[in-house]
Design a binder for this molecule. Sequence first.
Ligand code: TYD
Length: 230
Amino acid sequence: MSSPRGKFLTFEGLDGCGKSTQLERLAGKLRERGLAITVTREPGGTPTGDKIRQLLLDTKTSALSSKAELALMFASRVQHIEEIILPALAAGHIVLCDRFTDSSEAYQGGGRKLGSELVLELHRVLCGNLAPDLTILMDSEVGASVERARRRNQARTNADSLDENRFERESRAFFSRVRSGYLEIAKREPQRVTVVDARGTPDQTHAKILQIVDERFGLLGSAVKARNVS
Ligand code: TYD
């Protein structure tokens, strides 16, 4: 007998908004409840996708055209959907994915000014319109987030010679367009996308996310209640 379809949750937001930390904390809480969790990310998530990720994020990748960048994001995504996401959902897992097609719409559609239409069309043709059951959009201030991402990536570059700084070099205007792009998506699809104000402490943001996930799926029940009374 096949397992029921799992749940597909994505996290979105500007570089440095704290989403990877929040995703890990949510994963920990869900695991405590004995749920089967797959944690993954884009670009990447598969061996092939990780090679594409390296190409996309390395500052040594110069003069990459915006459309080539978008195509590479989708190449990574298609592989990821087929190799990881669909099998995990079919096995009944809760898939927590750090970025998905909304990132392409916000960064390539908005930031690079390619527009939403092209991104949504590629998503339809290449990804069969696979939609998350819930998207947490962590909304944060442009300046503070990008500064945080730059500092973190610089530290990583020094420690592991892992260079993932290509996007962090973009201008403030670029990230303002990314943020607007995200907010437009949330306005268009309020049933799927929940905006979380990520400017508070990590603990406050975590509590908000637990509440949203619990309200939507009832997966955490007593864990959230126990937290509220303590
Ligand atoms: P990520 O590792 O999530 O960066 P961070 O932890 O700083 O948020 O993502 C890498 C970068 O790739 C990030 O700057 C956003 C960009 N990106 C796109 O431009 N389009 C996409 O479709 C995806 C998935 C990511």
